[in-house]
Design a protein around this ligand. Structure first.
Ligand code: FAD
Length: 213
């Protein structure tokens, strides 16, 4: 279905591997794509001739039952996530198929069995560790890098307003994305993009180009 062949597939074991792989690709000007569960039907996790950062080996999940929070690495799928959380009687909105990746699903909104009561997967995201193109590891949360956190959730929360599910959008033309998000939200997303990825290194996904300075 996806007829692309990366030049390099880096099967990363941790953040250090991801950072080093990213640095390798950025300094050679190569296309960079990121793979979590590999269920994205648009195929944006697979680049042609560039560097594919494969997170599939990064499957650690840590549950804090008292805080009712789970921390998961970027390659975890919903089967692995549910296996750990259900041991403590906890659950969140996730994909209905266990092999779908939590990162790709959550970044695209994420609908599932519990959404009518608890909102989409992205609405339940508490924070994320984000590696920027220039190698910074940032925390994005409601109190740290709030604009980045807002953008990771697609300009949500979706539970409290109209949302847009970008994974079904295979056309990366800016006009399509702009009309889907709406003018004001799209401009804000472009400003966030400029702040964290001004050179548009992460341009293979449903791309939002950096806004003007
Ligand atoms: C069989 C099947 C069942 C599905 N069921 C559901 C469902 O119940 N609910 C639902 O909402 N959706 C569902 N989907 C859609 C699915 O959630 C999306 O396709 C989602 O994007 C897949 O995420 P992934 O990590 O598995 O895929 P991938 O192909 O690995 O990634 C998808 C996109 O996210 C990006 N990405 C992944 N991880 C990261 C990361 N750590 N950092 C930055 N970017 C990243 C990739 O670059 C790519 O653009 C289903 C899809 C399939 C094929």
């Amino acid at each position: 279905m996806v007829d692309r062949r990366p030049g390099v597939i880096a099967r990363c074991a941790g953040v250090a591997d991801v950072r080093r792989t990213l640095d390798f690709g950025v300094h050679r000007g190569l296309p960079i794509s990121i793979r979590c569960g590999g269920h994205g039907v648009s195929g944006f996790a697979v680049c042609e001739g560039g560097v594919m950062i494969d997170l599939e080996e990064m499957t650690a999940v840590h549950v804090d039952p008292a805080a009712r929070i789970a921390r998961a690495q970027g390659g975890v799928n919903w089967g692995q996530f549910d296996h750990e959380t259900q041991a403590f009687g906890l659950a969140t909105t996730g994909g209905v198929v266990g092999t779908t990746g939590i990162a790709g699903l959550t970044l695209a909104g994420g609908h599932g069995m519990l959404m009518r009561r608890y909102g989409l997967a992205c609405d339940n995201l508490r924070s994320a560790d984000v590696l920027t193109a220039d190698g910074r590891l940032l925390k994005a949360s409601p109190s740290e890098n709030e604009d980045l956190f807002w953008a990771l959730r697609g300009g949500g929360p979706f539970a409290h307003g109209p949302g847009f599910y970008p994974n079904y959008e295979s056309d990366v033309a800016a006009g399509r994305l702009a009309s889907a998000f709406g003018a004001a939200k799209y401009e804000r997303l472009r400003r966030v993009k400029r702040a964290y990825d001004p050179d548009n290194v992460f341009r293979l996904n449903q791309n939002i180009e950096p806004g003007e300075a």
